[in-house]
Structure formats: C-alpha cells, structure tokens
Design a binder for this molecule. Structure first.
Ligand code: SAM
Length: 472
C-alpha cells in the first residue's frame, strides 16, 4: 500500500516498504557493482531514493564508505561553500501534558522545575541573546493547550520580533512546537515564522506508540501528517528530524527519506532542513535505558548519506553533540549549528539557580557563541548570521530554485560576509574580530560576480561606519 503521494501516514511511511527496503539493503550491501552505481548516481547531485541510500548505509566496504564520505564533503562544498548558519534555541515553557518516555518534560515528572516565561522574561532572554550576537532563534515549548496555547506562542513571536536593542534584532524565528491544526499553522505563518520544525522522534509506529504512551502526541498519524497540515496552512519551510537512539537507525533513516520524498511528491518541495538529534541524559532520563544508541561513526555516516541523498536540504546539529563530533559532521554536510545554547527555560538572562533544573537535556558543547564563531573561522568556515532568503520571500520552491540556479555563491556568500561583519563590529572579542576581518578580506575574492563583489565591499564599509542589515 506504499504511496508517497498519499496523505495517510501509514501509506507514505509504509512499514512494509521500510521492511522491504531493509531486506533489499541487506541483500545488496556487498553487491559492489550496485553500490558503485548508486554512488555514481549520487555524484550527479540529484539525490537518492530511500532504497538506494539504504543500500549505502548497509554497505561496510571500506573503500566505498570512504567514497561516500568524499562525495558528501564535495557536495557540501559545492552547495553550501564554507558557510555555517548560526542559531540558538529559546525555551519558552516546559509545561507539557505528554508522556514521551525520553523527555524530562513528561507530565509525570514531578521534580523538574516547571516554568513558563512571561513576555517581560522573554524580552530579557532575547536581549541577552541579541547581546551574544544571535539573529536567528528556534523557539521551543512543551505541549500544553492550557499553559502554552497558540495565543501565547503568537504573542511571544511578536515580542521577539519587536525587540530592537542597540544594533541587535532577531530576524528569523523558527518554531518547534507540537503538531497542531491547519488553522493554527496558518496563524504561525501569518506571524512571520521561518521554518516550522517538528521531529518525528521515530517513524516506527509500534515503537512510537510505546514511546508516547499518552497525551495528544501519542497519536502517530496526527503527528506524522503534521507537515502536510503545516504546508496546507501556508508554511513553505518545514524541518524534519528523528531522535536517534530510540529505535533502529536504519529504519529511521529510510523513514526520514520517505518523508522527504512524500513532501516533494505532494507539495513539490522537500524539507527545508533535517535535524539529527541523538538522545541525551536529562533530569530523569538515562539514555542507556534505550537499546538503540548509535556510535559516532554511524552517526557521521548517517550525516554524510543525508547530505548526498537530499543535497538541497539544510542539515542542523545542536549542542547535544560535542565539539569533536560537530567538527566531523560539519565537514560531511551539516549547514546550520547552534552556539552558546541553553536548554533551560530562562537560562540566558541569568544562569539557573543550582537547585532549579528546567533543562530539556544536557548540553555537550558548552562554549560561548564567540568561542564557537572563532573555532569555525579557525577551521576555515564562515559563520553566517544571514536570514535573507526568508525575508526576501525566497522560501519553499523559490529557495530551492536559488540553490539549483548556481547563484548561491553570488547571494549567500556575500550575505554571510556582511552578517559576519556585523557580528564582529558589535559582539566579537578582540581576537575573534582579528581572525574574522582577515577571513572576510580573503573570502571577498570568492564572490564570482565582479559587480556583486563591488557592492559587497561598499556595504562592508558602510557597516564599519554604523549601518546595518544589508542583504542580497
Ligand atoms: N513539544 C514539542 C514536540 O513535541 O515536538 C517540541 C519539541 S521539544 C521542545 C524538542 C525536541 O527535543 C523533541 O522533539 C525531542 O526530539 C528532543 N528531545 C526530547 N528529549 C530529549 C533528550 N533526552 N535528549 C535529546 N533530545 C531530546
């Protein structure tokens, strides 16, 4: 009954199709002629189907795996250059009525400190985030229609966009809240959100139901079909993800790609981003109680294969991962990372008191944003605070057209340099500033069009004199 065009969860994420895919991958993992053919197809940069990609994931031949990594690195360079987009999460509320067994926000957790930010507290948090240099946020909240109704989320978005503190501004608010109705997605769209992000957690229906024993999130179909409702509500940019560690990774990988194929088949545009979270220790959560943890090696392979299977989709990695792991997967395909993150409700303005824990999970990468920016530049990357596409209406298929037109280097590259310049002028430490100024000068030469290079140079000079917010 597998049908990527169907709007019914169990038809576009068909368990039977995934099981057949895994059997096909097992049967062919040593079929090196087929593996080579699939790698060759991927090198055309048009992506791979879930079946093809699953064969590569199963293949353990060292030479072929090296080829997959090399191709992922090359596609990453060709499509995303050396730019890495920066963001931070902002937790609004950890009230939640669900029973997700991997998440400390589950309703039965009585010792976690429950908090919901007031608009005044949001203002303080956002000013603290602006003072770090952030321009792009992802807001997060538990699911609780009484404590966190859509009106609260909308009011919070308005508050965030309204705050103009010194040269700071939050220019793009992405939203990670529970699956909701078309009507509420429309409201979010009208509030000017960037990407709507919702992690599937697991595509395995049986596993999903065990991991979400009660609460609105326990409805597998409602959750899995959420992105179709979001798109019906006018949201063009949606972000997928699974929580690796809960169920078998090969199943999740096939499901994730099937979800992307479904969005492309029905809406003509695939996911804007894919996130790759792994389960972490948290208040009353021990990741060792889940049997499906994946090694750093498998994790890197998944990232590389996502990169070559959906070359136009951005890939996001959070501070759940350590500096070392981030370093590896950024090279293989990750295009967006968070920095200086707090996963507690209200941790940016002032640190949480010792006895009050409201975090969602432990953060592995605890460096400041300035340290992360400096580290990226030392590795030759350009930290980008750009939010231009969505503000210029380049969302959904219009963003994909920009990617496919080959004009990215004349658009995203100068935008990255101009937003980095703003960061250096307003927020960077002296050392970071020095490294950044040299990087900008060197990277100006990588703008192909002379005219664009010239305009970019002029704008950089204007930023130096105090102007802000230029974009192509
Ligand atoms: N309540 C919304 C929902 O249900 O989708 C918002 C999501 S929550 C604030 C963000 C994500 O954090 C979840 O979708 C889940 O994948 C992830 N998460 C939950 N517990 C985690 C843990 N212990 N370690 C790592 N990530 C976790």
């Amino acid at each position: 009954m597998y049908n990527p065009k169907s709007l019914i969860a169990e038809e576009f994420i068909s368990d039977e199709e995934i099981m057949d895919t895994l059997a096909y991958a097992d049967a062919n993992k040593d079929n090196l002629a087929l593996v080579d053919e699939i790698i060759e197809k991927a090198s055309k940069r048009k992506g791979l189907s879930h079946r093809e990609a699953s064969v590569l994931l199963a293949c353990e031949d060292e030479i072929r795996v090296k080829k997959m990594y090399a191709l992922a690195e090359q596609i990453k360079k060709d499509f995303y250059g050396n730019r890495i987009v920066m963001f931070a999460p902002l937790y609004l509320s950890n009230y939640c009525i669900n029973g997700c067994v991997y998440c400390p926000y589950h309703i039965k957790n009585k010792h976690i400190a429950r908090k919901k930010l007031t608009q005044e507290e949001i203002r303080r948090e956002v000013i603290a985030l602006q003072d770090m240099g952030h321009k792009r946020l992802a807001i997060e909240a538990g699911e609780d229609p009484q404590n966190n109704p859509i009106e609260y989320i909308l009011e919070s978005i308005r508050t965030i966009y309204d705050i103009k503190h010194k040269n700071g501004a939050i220019r793009r608010v992405n939203v990670n809240i529970a699956a909701t109705t078309v009507e509420e997605y429309r409201m979010l769209h009208e509030a000017g959100i960037g990407t709507y992000i919702l992690f599937q957690e697991t595509y395995n229906k049986k596993g999903y139901e065990e991991l979400h024993p009660y609460g609105p999130k326990s409805n597998y179909a409602y959750h899995t079909e959420a992105m179709d409702r979001a798109m019906e509500g006018g949201i063009d940019d949606v972000g997928l993800g699974v929580l690796f560690g809960l169920q078998m990774y090969r199943y999740e990988f096939a499901g994730l790609l099937m979800h992307a194929e479904h969005l492309e088949a029905v809406h003509g545009v695939g996911p804007h981003t894919i996130s790759v979270p792994r389960i972490k220790p948290a208040d009353d959560i021990d990741p060792n109680t889940f049997d499906n943890g994946i090694s750093d090696e498998i994790f890197a392979k998944i990232c590389a294969l996502i990169r070559i299977s959906v070359p136009y989709t951005g890939m996001i990695i959070s501070t759940r991962e350590s500096k070392e792991v981030r370093e590896k997967v950024i090279r293989l395909g990750v295009s967006q990372i968070s920095g200086g993150s707090k996963t507690s409700v209200g941790g940016y303005y002032e640190p949480e008191p010792e006895d009050s824990h409201s975090e969602q999970f432990n953060v592995s990468d605890q460096r400041t944003l300035d340290e992360v920016v400096k580290w990226l530049m030392e590795m030759g990357y350009i930290p980008s605070f750009c939010t231009a596409c969505y503000r210029e209406g380049r969302t959904g298929d219009r963003f994909m057209s920009l990617c496919k037109s080959g004009q990215i280097q004349n658009c995203c590259h100068p935008n990255a340099l101009m937003t980095l310049k703003e960061y250096l002028m307003d927020y960077a430490s002296e050392e970071t500033k020095q490294i950044g100024e040299a990087l900008i000068q060197a990277e100006l030469y990588n703008i192909p069009k002379e005219k664009v290079k010239e305009i970019c140079r002029e704008k950089l000079a204007k930023i130096e004199l105090g102007s802000r917010d230029f974009r192509f």
